[in-house]
Design a protein around this ligand. Structure first.
Ligand code: EPZ
Length: 419
């Protein structure tokens, strides 16, 4: 599992670069099956999830090589259409491989991805959209089999701006006869990055970043594509919360501040000094911070659920009452009991979290139960007096590349112990 050991109390100071975005590289890796050719991806974060996606591609028959944050995928010899069960169980977002496989082979199968520590993770939006595209779905609640003669053009109205469903529908529509329109689609920057990649591949897609995406089918894609993955806005947001909790002075390079506007607005409201440029954000905290009366997580461009746990750790050390409502996941709360072990005073009422700020936290042995919850525990550990041991580093390493090294550069006393 591995663990992180943090000795709290150091202010974070200096500059750090964020890695490529996990939630952009995963759908883009899933897209590489489409061109039965070569895709060269740069600025790839070499995370546990990246390696699961590589293993899926290799199991499907693709040739994959990688090194130095670059991955080369040759999907020419891909010869399988079912996604390997043990890999799906490792990464529920493997479901986004379905759309591309169906597009190319007119059939696909995958086991149910199942829930995770954030609660139920249904895929009904994906499957009902596929059926609207003429795809036949056989679903025995364990294995999903999909098959189609010709993908049908249609207009898909998503009941919720689901990131994964938006991605899967796009992938299933690349070769459609006619066009597919997705309404109420997700607008996340990672969707924009995926659309840019697909256009480089030769797909005809537009509207990404708005509430409606249109895909006009093409006959063939380019067989050699090169693309650089966008920076990780959630990693950048995590560093901002970590800098703020230590009252630090940190410059985060390589990030478009526009993609973090909802968090920056909150941090400014709390009293942080924020300076932005086109590709960097500087944070300096030199005064007592104020609580946040009420904040709720919503799809982009509103406050992202993926930064809720990290902001919660910061607010837990700010005098006064802050309230966060989690609207996206039914159980993104596993970090709360662990934070309270360190001296936080956080009360849950359904998905409403009441945070009563305290002056001190004490280093403890705590357990990461999911990726961002783990990042929240490290954030609290940077502030807590004494030593904090965060067990379950394997969750954290799914989404953060060289986290200990980057934090050491900023002056944190943290080390990663591989079990
Ligand atoms: C993506 O997950 C991200 N993962 C998540 O990041 C992120 O939290 C989430 O989008 C929301 O921004 C990747 O990109 C790999 P959704 P995804 O479909 O696609 C419900 C992280 O920490 N829903 O937008 O699974 C679902 O249960 C991870 O980096 C249905 O009900 O998110 C959830 O409540 C965590 N039916 C909500 O919608 C469906 O068919 C949002 O899900 C699909 C989703």
């Amino acid at each position: 599992m591995g663990k992180y050991i943090i000795k709290g109390g150091n202010k974070l100071n200096g500059e750090v670069f964020v890695s490529g975005a996990k939630n952009a590289v995963l759908p883009i890796l899933a897209s590489t099956v489409l061109n039965s050719g070569i895709c060269i991806l740069k600025n790839v974060p070499m995370l546990l999830d990246t390696f699961v996606a590589i293993d899926i591609l290799k199991d499907l028959g693709c040739d994959v090589s990688y090194g130095e944050n670059t991955i080369v995928v040759n999907s020419k010899n891909m010869n399988k259409t079912n996604v390997k069960e043990d890999l799906v169980k490792k990464m529920r977002s493997s479901i986004i491989f379905l759309g591309g496989i169906i597009s190319r082979f007119k059939e696909a199968s995958i086991c149910y991805p199942g829930g995770c520590n954030l609660g139920k993770r249904p895929i009904d939006f994906h499957l009902s959209a596929f059926e609207k595209l003429g795809i036949k779905i056989e679903d025995n609640q364990n294995i999903i089999k999909a098959s189609v003669d010709t993908i049908k053009e249609n207009v898909i109205n998503l009941p919720f701006a689901s990131v994964g469903a938006t991605q899967n529908i796009i992938l299933a529509s690349v070769f459609v006869e006619g066009k597919v329109v997705i309404k109420n689609c997700a607008k996340e920057p990672e969707i924009i990055d995926m659309a840019k990649f697909l256009r480089k591949m030769g797909a005809n897609i537009y509207g990404e970043g708005t509430h409606t995406i249109t895909i006009k089918g093409v006959k063939k894609l380019n067989d050699l594509v090169e693309y650089t993955i966008m920076p990780d806005r959630i990693e950048a947001g995590t560093f901002l919360c970590m800098s703020a909790i230590t009252k630090g002075n940190v410059k985060i390079n390589g990030i478009n501040p526009q993609y973090l506007k909802s968090l920056l607005d909150i941090l400014i409201e709390m009293g942080c000094n924020i300076y932005t440029n086109k590709d960097n954000i500087k944070i300096k905290v030199d005064k007592t911070l104020k609580p946040v009366d009420f904040l709720e997580t919503k799809p982009y461009p509103y406050f992202p659920t993926d930064l809720q746990p990290q902001l919660m750790a910061l607010l837990a050390t700010v005098d006064g009452i802050s309230i966060i409502k989690e609207n996206i996941f039914e159980a993104r709360n596993k970090h709360i009991p662990e934070l309270n072990k360190m001296g936080c005073n956080i009360v849950e009422d359904n998905n409403m979290f009441i945070i009563n700020g305290v002056d001190n936290l004490t280093g403890e042995k705590v357990y990461s139960k999911d990726l961002r919850g783990g990042a929240s525990l490290i954030t609290a550990g940077l502030f807590a007096k004494g030593k904090t041991t965060v067990e379950g580093a394997c969750y954290i390493n799914r989404g953060y590349e060289l986290l200990d090294k980057k934090l050491n550069i900023l002056g944190a006393d943290i080390k990663y112990i591989k079990d």
